[in-house]
Design a protein around this ligand. Structure first.
Ligand SMILES: C[S@@+](CC[C@H](N)C(=O)[O-])C[C@H]1O[C@@H](n2cnc3c(N)ncnc32)[C@H](O)[C@@H]1O
Length: 299
C-alpha cells in the first residue's frame, strides 16, 4: 500500500458516550444547500458527526456485514466510463474498500480516499496494492486534472455535495466521469420495513440519505455535466441472523449510540426477525438490496 499525503481523522475509540456525541470534539453546525449539518472537525478533516463517530467504531462490523456489489454492475460501469489499465480512478469515502477492491479488478490505477482512520486502516490491511489517502470528498488533496473517473460508493450522501462537486470538477480531466453507487434496501419487504424503522427511529434530524434525490437535483442543475445515466441490479445478500444484527450495528448512527441503547436496538432487531414468517425459522436470512449505479460525464 502507498500512503498519499493527507491527514488522519484520529477520532476517538468506542465506549458509552452520549448519543451522537464524540468525546473531546465539539460538533459544529454548518449549512449546506439549505440543510444544517452537524460536523466533526479533527486533524483538519471535517466529516458529518454520525459518520465520524459511528464509522470509527464500526469498521470491523462494516467489513463483515455489508454486501459487496454485483460484478455486472462493475462491468456496466467500467464499459460506460472507461475503467481500464492506464486510467486513474479515485474512490471517495472508500470505507473498508468494498467497492475499491472491485475497481482494482479493472486494471485501472485506484486511489482510495477515506477520512475515518479505522475504516482506512481496514482498507489498507485488506488491499495492500491500493494507494490510500485520508482526504475528504470536499478536499481530496489530489492535483488538478489528475483523475479519469471519480467514484463514490454508498458515500455521496455523506458529503457536502456542492463542495464535493466543485472538488470533483477540479480533480477530473476533461471528459472524465463521476459515478455514484448505492446498495439500497428493498423496503417493499415487510420485515425489512420494520428493520429500517428501528434505524430511522434513532436518526438525527440532519441524517443524510441518497433516497431524498437531492444528489440528482444538484447534479442535474450543475452546468457542464452530461445527463445522468443509470443501471439497477438486484443484489440479494444471504447472511445469518447474527449477520442481520451486525448489519444494524454497522450503521454509523447505531454505532454512535451508547452501549445500553445499542442493546435495545439489538433486542428490537431480534424481535423483528422473530415476528416475520420469512425470518422466523432457521439461521439464514436474505437481505434484499438493489445496487443502483449512476454516472455522468464532464464536458
Ligand atoms: C457507508 S461508507 C461506504 C464505504 C465504501 N465506499 C463502501 O462501498 O462500502 C461511507 C464512507 O464515507 C466516508 N465519509 C463520510 N464523510 C466523508 C467525506 N466528507 N469525504 C469522504 N468520505 C467521507 C465515511 O467515513 C465512510 O467510510
Amino acid at each position: 500500500m502507498q500512503h498519499l499525503p493527507g491527514r488522519c481523522s484520529g477520532l476517538g475509540p468506542p465506549g458509552g458516550r452520549r448519543r451522537g456525541a464524540a468525546r473531546g470534539r465539539t460538533p459544529v453546525a454548518r449549512r449546506s444547500g439549505g440543510v444544517h449539518l452537524r460536523l466533526i472537525a479533527s486533524g483538519g478533516v471535517t466529516v458529518h458527526q454520525a459518520a465520524g463517530t459511528g464509522y470509527q467504531r464500526a469498521a470491523d462490523a462494516y467489513e463483515r456485514s455489508r454486501p459487496s456489489y454485483p460484478l455486472p454492475a462493475l462491468r456496466g460501469l467500467a464499459d460506460a466510463v472507461g475503467l481500464e489499465p492506464g486510467r486513474t480512478v479515485v474512490d471517495l469515502g472508500a470505507g473498508t474498500g468494498k467497492f475499491t477492491r472491485l475497481l482494482a479488478l479493472t486494471g485501472a490505477r485506484v486511489v482510495a480516499l477515506e477520512p475515518v482512520a479505522a475504516m482506512r486502516g481496514r482498507l489498507a490491511e485488506l488491499l495492500p496494492g491500493v494507494e490510500v489517502g485520508s482526504g475528504t470528498a470536499e478536499a481530496t488533496g489530489l492535483p488538478d486534472a489528475s483523475a479519469d473517473v471519480v467514484v463514490a460508493a454508498q458515500a455521496w450522501h455523506w458529503f457536502r455535495q456542492e463542495e464535493a462537486l466543485a472538488e470533483v470538477e477540479r480533480v477530473l480531466r476533461p471528459g472524465g466521469s463521476l459515478a455514484l453507487v448505492w446498495n439500497t434496501f428493498d423496503d417493499s419487504v415487510p420485515w425489512v420495513r420494520d428493520f429500517q424503522r428501528i434505524y430511522f427511529g434513532r436518526a438525527p434530524e440532519d441524517l443524510p440519505s441518497h433516497l431524498d434525490g437531492r444528489w440528482r437535483t444538484l447534479l442535474e442543475a450543475r452546468p457542464g455535466w452530461s445527463p445522468v445515466e443509470e443501471l439497477h441490479l438486484p443484489n440479494p445478500h444471504p447472511v445469518t441472523r447474527e449477520g442481520v444484527l451486525e448489519r444494524m450495528a454497522s450503521s454509523s448512527i447505531i454505532a454512535a449510540l451508547d452501549a445500553a441503547e445499542q442493546e435495545r436496538v439489538r433486542a428490537e432487531v431480534d424481535a423483528v426477525l422473530r415476528a416475520h414468517p420469512q425470518t422466523r425459522d432457521g439461521d439464514r436470512v436474505e437481505l434484499p438490496y438493489t445496487t443502483d449505479v449512476y454516472w455522468t460525464r464532464r464536458a
